[in-house]
Design a protein around this ligand. Structure first.
Ligand SMILES: [Zn+2]
Ligand SMILES: [Zn+2]
Length: 220
């Protein structure tokens, strides 16, 4: 549970299984066996394909009886429904969560959160003066470790890792320097990005147990 599965292999297997899963969704049978509830042995009354944030192909099926449909979660424990793309997604493979809760009380997957964020002009930096610690701290977590959805839209400039508890920059094994160093390093990256691009954007592009990575990105 705590180490990330091989995402590429997972995606390849999903492609191989796609027609089998689609058929199961249509017929209620998987490999010739009637799909049962994940929580009891009753036949499943509700069958959902589930996704992750790493591809657009379902990774598996959730079967639920009438009683257990939405009983342990939405629609089941370990899953959520994205309010934007309306798919059922797995909440996490490691302790990094694949959703974000908005101020309006919506739960959206990181890919939909990414779409929303880069669409907002105010989230882009057009001048080095706009870079502040406040801004760094409020960079949203919208790219997961090993995620590649962003590659359709952005180019990566570089990143700085910060200790997630104190905001201090992580420089290597068990040593942290001051928050100011990290901010200075980010300032250099933003400068570098703005040399060749009109604007750039800060994204929390990996959340580890004790550290976060803030990446600088430009439009493709
Ligand atoms: Zn059940
Ligand atoms: Zn979504």
């Amino acid at each position: 549970m705590w180490s990330l599965p091989d995402i590429r292999r997972l995606n390849e297997e999903a492609v191989k299984n796609a027609s089998k899963l689609n058929k199961a969704l249509e017929t209620g049978y998987l490999d010739g066996i009637k799909i049962k509830c994940d929580w009891c042995d009753k036949p499943a009354e509700h069958i959902y394909p589930w996704y992750d944030v790493f591809s657009d192909i379902p990774k598996g099926i959730i079967g639920l009886c009438e009683e257990h449909d939405y009983y342990y979660g939405s629609p089941s424990e370990g899953f959520f429904i994205c309010d934007d793309c309306e798919r059922v997604l797995i909440t996490n493979y490691t302790w990094e969560l694949y959703y974000t809760d908005t101020e309006d009380g919506e739960r959206i997957c990181l890919n939909c959160a990414f779409d929303r964020y880069i669409k907002e002009e105010k989230n882009w930096l057009t001048s080095i003066k706009e870079l502040s610690w406040q801004r760094v701290r409020s960079s949203p977590h919208i790219i997961p470790v090993s995620g590649n959805y962003w590659e359709n839209f952005l180019e990566f400039v570089n990143n700085v890792e910060f200790d997630s508890l104190t905001g201090e920059k992580i420089t290597g094994f068990s040593s942290t320097s001051s928050r100011g160093d990290g901010l200075n390093e980010l300032r250099d990256l933003v400068k570098q990005a703005l040399k060749n691009h009109k604007k750039c954007i800060l994204i929390l592009d990996a959340a580890y147990q004790f550290a976060v990575s803030i990446g600088v990105y430009v439009k493709k």
